[in-house]
Design a protein. Structure first.
Length: 98
């Protein structure tokens, strides 16, 4: 019976895997002139599971400061939030934390 060994995992692959599972990605929602405030609250509650109070706080941050970091997650989860928020018509970006 022969013994098989697994190939070595290179450093690039290790970094990609580590990067994908670290909570190091901000989900940022930006102000826009299109969506109503109550709709933005609705989207935050539906997609992110925020309470009405927390959703309203982030909506007001978007409205007054131009943007709000609504989540800091793993890359995979941040990309999912990005896709879901964007599908509701809001302007959203991802940013790697430093």
């Amino acid at each position: 019976m022969s013994v098989e060994t697994l190939p070595e995992v290179d450093e690039k692959t290790k970094e990609k895997v580590k990067d994908a599972f670290e909570k190091g990605w901000h989900v940022i929602v930006w102000n826009d002139p299109v969506n109503l405030m109550n709709y933005v609250v609705f989207v935050f509650m539906r997609v992110l599971g925020f309470s009405k109070e927390k959703a309203t706080k982030h909506m007001l941050e978007v409205h007054h400061q131009g943007k709000s970091v609504v989540a800091t997650e793993t890359r995979e989860k941040a990309e999912l939030y990005h896709q879901q928020i964007q599908s509701h018509g809001l302007k959203v970006t991802l940013e790697k934390t430093s």
